[in-house]
Design a protein around this ligand. Structure first.
Ligand code: IPM
Ligand code: MG
Length: 357
């Protein structure tokens, strides 16, 4: 059984490996894409893309950026700035970060298995506003002659409205619970945030909306993470809470992400970093990248069927006991990046054969 066509013309997927382990994990995603392409899916991987290629592509797959070789550089030359610039230039305002606990990996979480078993949280993080991009920012000398650094937290009502709408739409397709996270007991930005999210909620009476202060949300995520279905929050709070949530899932090496624009064009990347300490050693876990590819099929190409097959293949290899070092418990056999990628490709096609019978 073959995959049907997405569209008439092949969709273009830009591959940006980045730094550190980026090249290795992107190679595994490229391997799966190539296999899907040979099987008839009309896709065209574009390797080593730049921002201009990224603009022309239908979707972008990013490895990871950052590393010690940039440590001495000023902020404007660091790769993090490049990533922020791509997000802004492409209008990727909606960042989706799911945290799922796989039964096989429950014991790999730093939390007790009974706290994380069955966890399935989606964090919807606003990605092109907030204190990340607010002006003015910089340094100045204050009245006392001291140097001070300053940034501006900033949200307009239209920015809040569009991310709230994404949150409600996603919640509507899941357990219909949306928790909006802010700091409305202290920040004016958050007071507006809460008002606008509440107003958008009036158009979504089928979704149960709640509000939580960010400090409480950080605590609730480790106390009882399964109370959450979808969380919607601003850029800074979402950055912090999504790293926290990644630990519930066992390893940051398992978590994919999607960053979408208003037309669902997206940049897909694992949420982990470039791990320079293990780069080039065939040790990195490619599953977050492969799961990001699944998200690409679901959100940009509208192919939930392909996404589900990839996700099932990942569950299958975990079920078979295959583990990269980051998800292995003491004594478990460890395989490399390439072997894990091969296993997933094999499982995707195994699934297809089983279904075709
Ligand atoms: C993330 C990262 C980035 C961010 C950095 C690398 C700029 O932490 O994607 O969560 O803060 O958004
Ligand atoms: Mg982060």
């Amino acid at each position: 059984m073959r995959f049907g066509a997405c569209r008439e013309a092949p969709v273009k997927i830009a591959l940006l490996p980045g730094d550190g382990i980026g090249r290795e994990i992107i190679a595994e995603a490229a391997k799966l894409l190539e296999r899907l392409r040979r099987d008839g899916l009309p896709i065209e991987p574009m390797p080593d893309a730049t921002l201009s290629l990224a603009r022309r592509a239908d979707a972008v797959m990013l490895g990871a950026v950052g590393g010690p070789r940039y440590d001495a550089l000023p902020r404007e030359s660091r790769p993090e700035q490049g990533l922020l610039a791509i997000r802004k230039a492409l209008g990727l305002f909606a960042n989706l970060r799911p945290a799922l606990s796989y039964p096989e990996l429950e014991r790999a979480s730093s939390l007790k298995p009974e706290v994380v078993a069955g966890l399935d949280v989606m964090i919807v993080r606003e990605l092109t506003g907030d204190i990340y991009f607010g002006a003015p920012r910089g340094r100045r000398t204050n009245a006392a002659g001291e140097t001070e650094g300053f940034d501006t937290m900033h949200y307009s009502d239209s920015e809040i409205r569009r991310i709230a709408q994404v949150g409600f739409e996603i919640a509507r397709k899941r357990q219909k619970k949306l928790c909006s996270v802010d700091k409305a007991n202290v920040l004016d930005t958050s007071i507006l945030w809460r008002e606008v999210v509440t107003a958008v909620g009036k158009d979504h009476p089928d979704v149960q909306l709640s509000h939580m202060y960010v400090d409480n949300a950080a605590m609730q995520l480790v106390r009882d993470p399964r109370q959450f279905d979808v969380i919607v929050t601003g850029n800074l709070f979402g950055d912090i809470l999504s790293d926290e949530a990644s630990m519930l899932a066992g390893s940051i090496g398992m978590l994919p992400s999607a960053s979408l624009d208003a037309n669902r064009k997206g940049l897909y990347e694992p949420i982990h970093g470039s791990a320079p300490d293990i780069a080039g050693q065939n040790k990195a876990n490619p599953l977050a990248t492969i799961l990001s590819l699944a998200m690409m099929f679901r959100y940009t190409f509208g192919r939930a069927d392909v996404a589900e097959r990839i996700e099932q293949a990942v569950r299958k290899v975990l079920g078979q006991g295959l583990r990269t070092a980051d998800i292995a418990l003491p004594g478990e056999r460890v395989i490399g990046t390439r072997e894990m990628g091969d296993a997933v490709v094999g499982a995707v096609y195994g699934n297809i054969r089983e279904r075709a019978r």
